[in-house]
Design a protein around this ligand. Structure first.
Ligand code: SF4
Ligand code: SF4
Length: 483
C-alpha cells in the first residue's frame, strides 16, 4: 500500500498508540476539509444555483434514475417501514415520488417530506426486490445530502446527531468512553437505571443504553498489529479496514479476520488510518466535507494492496460507492472507482479461492442474519453461507423474513428508536424461532441491535461474526461465550 508516494500502509497514522486518530489525506489540520473540525471545503459548500425548489443543483437525486421506477409496487412487502405502517409515502415507491416532487420548480422541502426520508432505513431491500433495477441506493444517498443541507433540524435531533458523529467515527473518543461503559455494567448501574423508569420516558436514551456495547478492557485498549504475515505459500497482500466502532468494540472480529486471511495465505496490512471510512455519516447524509475527506484517505491508504478486505457490511457498501460519492471530484473519482473494484467483503474474497486451511468441527446450530448492507447493498448472500456450511458439524439455519432489516441501519435505531425497536423485536423473534444456539452476523450494528433485542426477550444468544466462526474452526480454539 505504499510505493506511489501517496500514503504508505499505516503511514497516515499517528504512532500514538491504539487510540490514534489519523490525519486525513488531502486535509490540512484546521483547514478546508479537515475532519477534526468538520469545516467545509469549497466543493462541499458551493450550490450551483439559487434554490427555487426543494433540492439544489448540486447532485440532486437524478431524474433518469427516478424515472426508472414504473410504480409496480413489488418492493413494498420488503420495505420495513411499509411493513410497519402501510403508508405509501413510507415505501420506496412513495419516497421516489417525493424525490421527483422535490425537483419540481416551486417545491419546498417540507418537514413531512423530511420525515418520510428520515424514516427510510437505507436498508436497500427495495434494490434487491425491484425488477426494474431502480437504483434507490443512489437516489436516497443524494436525497439525504440535500436534506442535511436545507432542512433545519430541531435542537434535540441536531444535538443527538452531533453527539453520535463526534463520537462513533472517532476510535480515540470511543476508547476514552469505554472504561466508563465497562464500569457502568460491572457496577450494575445499568440495572439501577432500568429500575428507575427513566428510560421509559426517553426512548432515545433507552436505545443508547440498550445498544451500548459490552467489551473487555483488554479488547478495547489493545491495538492489533499493523501487519500479519501469510502462513505458507503467499497468495498476495490484502489491506484490512479496521473501522471505527469495529476496531474498538469488535477487536476480536478484526483479529479473527486477519488470522483467517493469514491462514489462507495472505499478507495482511492493518493500517491504523483511516480512523473511519465515513460510512456512518455518508449513509445519513451529513458532514459531506468530512465524509469525503475520510473517503479520500481510505483510497490513498489502500491504493497498493491487491484487495481491500472489509468485514463490516456498512463500510463495504460505502467504499463500493466511493465513485458515486466523489463523482464531482476529478482528481479522486477514478481512484475511488478503482478501489471500489478491489474492495471485497471477507466472505466474497474467501468464497473465490480454494481453501487451504483445514476446517475443524464446530458443533453448533447457527442462524445466519443477513446484514442489509451486505445482502441488499452489495448482493452478498451466498458467500457467507457457503463458508459457514463448509465448517464440519456446523448446522446453518435460516430465520424467516431474512430480507427485512433488523432496525439497526447505522444510527437509525438511535435517531428513530420506536421503529428501530419494533424491527429489532421482529428480528429477535424470527431468530429465536430457529432454535439456534448462536447467531452469525457480518455487521457490528446488527450484532448490537440483535443482542439488545434478544436480551429484551430474555433469551440471549451468543453472536459471532462469520470470521470468528471460521477462525475457531481453523484454529481449534474455543469460541468465547459458546454454549
Ligand atoms: S422501486 Fe422498483 S419495485 Fe418499487 S415500485 Fe418502483 S419499479 Fe416497482
Ligand atoms: S431502503 Fe429500505 S426502508 Fe428505505 S425505502 Fe428501501 S426498503 Fe424501504
Amino acid at each position: 500500500m505504499s510505493g506511489n508516494g501517496r500514503s504508505p500502509a499505516g503511514g497516515g497514522e499517528r504512532a500514538n498508540g491504539g487510540g490514534a486518530e489519523a490525519t486525513t489525506a488531502g486535509a490540512a489540520p484546521g483547514g478546508p476539509g479537515d475532519p477534526a473540525t468538520g469545516s467545509q471545503d469549497p466543493a462541499a459548500t458551493a450550490v450551483a444555483s439559487p434554490i427555487d425548489r426543494a433540492f439544489d443543483d448540486r447532485r440532486p437525486p437524478q431524474i433518469e434514475l427516478i424515472e426508472d421506477c414504473v410504480h409496480c409496487g413489488f418492493c413494498l412487502p420488503t420495505c420495513p417501514t411499509y411493513v410497519l405502517w402501510h403508508e405509501e409515502m413510507d415505501s420506496p415507491r412513495g419516497r421516489i415520488v417525493l424525490m421527483k416532487s422535490g425537483l419540481e420548480e416551486g417545491s419546498e422541502l417540507s418537514p413531512t417530506m423530511v420525515r418520510h426520508f428520515d424514516n427510510c432505513l437505507g436498508c436497500m431491500a427495495c434494490v434487491t426486490a425491484c425488477p426494474s433495477g431502480v437504483r434507490y441506493d443512489k437516489l436516497i444517498e443524494d436525497t439525504r445530502q440535500q436534506v442535511e443541507r436545507h432542512h433545519e433540524r430541531d435542537p434535540s435531533d441536531r444535538g443527538l446527531r452531533r453527539l453520535l458523529f463526534e463520537t462513533f467515527p472517532r476510535p480515540g473518543r470511543l476508547r476514552a468512553l469505554a472504561p466508563g461503559l465497562i464500569l457502568y455494567r460491572r457496577l450494575g448501574l445499568d440495572r439501577l437505571v432500568e429500575r428507575s423508569g427513566l428510560l421509559e420516558r426517553f426512548p432515545r436514551l433507552r436505545a443508547l443504553e440498550n445498544l451500548a456495547p459490552a467489551a473487555s478492557a483488554a479488547d478495547v485498549l489493545r491495538p492489533l498489529p499493523t501487519f500479519v504475515p501469510a502462513r505458507g505459500e503467499r497468495r498476495g497482500t490484502v489491506g484490512l479496514l479496521q473501522g471505527c466502532v469495529q476496531r474498538v468494540f469488535f477487536r476480536r472480529v478484526n483479529a479473527a479476520t486477519a488470522l483467517v486471511l493469514s491462514a489462507e495465505g495472505y499478507d495482511v496490512a492493518i493500517p491504523r488510518a483511516p480512523r473511519c471510512c465515513g460510512a456512518l455519516m455518508y449513509h445519513t447524509g451529513g458532514r459531506e466535507a468530512e465524509t469525503a475527506a475520510l473517503a479520500r484517505e481510505t483510497i490513498a491508504t489502500f491504493e497498493d494492496c491487491d484487495h481491500l478486505v472489509v468485514n463490516a457490511a456498512g463500510c463495504g457498501s460505502a467504499i463500493k460507492h466511493y465513485d458515486h460519492q466523489l463523482r464531482d471530484d476529478p482528481e479522486w473519482r477514478e481512484r475511488a472507482g478503482e478501489l471500489a473494484g478491489r474492495t471485497r467483503d471477507l466472505s466474497e474474497l474467501l468464497a473465490d479461492i480454494e481453501p487451504r486451511a483445514e476446517r475443524g468441527p464446530l458443533p453448533l446450530r447457527v442462524a445466519y442474519h443477513d446484514a442489509c448492507h451486505l445482502a441488499h447493498a452489495q448482493g452478498v448472500r451466498a458467500q457467507p453461507r457457503e463458508l459457514l456450511r463448509a465448517i464440519p458439524e456446523l448446522d446453518l439455519v435460516e430465520p424467516a423474513d431474512w430480507e427485512i432489516c433488523c432496525g439497526s441501519a447505522g444510527v437509525y435505531n438511535l435517531v428513530n428508536p420506536e421503529a428501530g425497536r419494533a424491527l429489532g423485536a421482529r428480528k429477535a423473534a424470527n431468530l429465536l424461532a430457529t432454535e439456534a444456539d448462536a447467531v452469525a452476523s457480518g455487521n457490528p450494528g446488527c450484532s448490537l441491535q440483535i443482542r439488545a433485542h434478544l436480551e429484551e426477550a430474555c433469551r440471549p444468544l451468543p453472536l459471532y461474526h462469520p470470521a470468528e466462526l471460521l477462525w475457531a474452526s481453523i484454529s481449534g480454539r474455543p469460541l468465547a461465550g459458546a454454549p
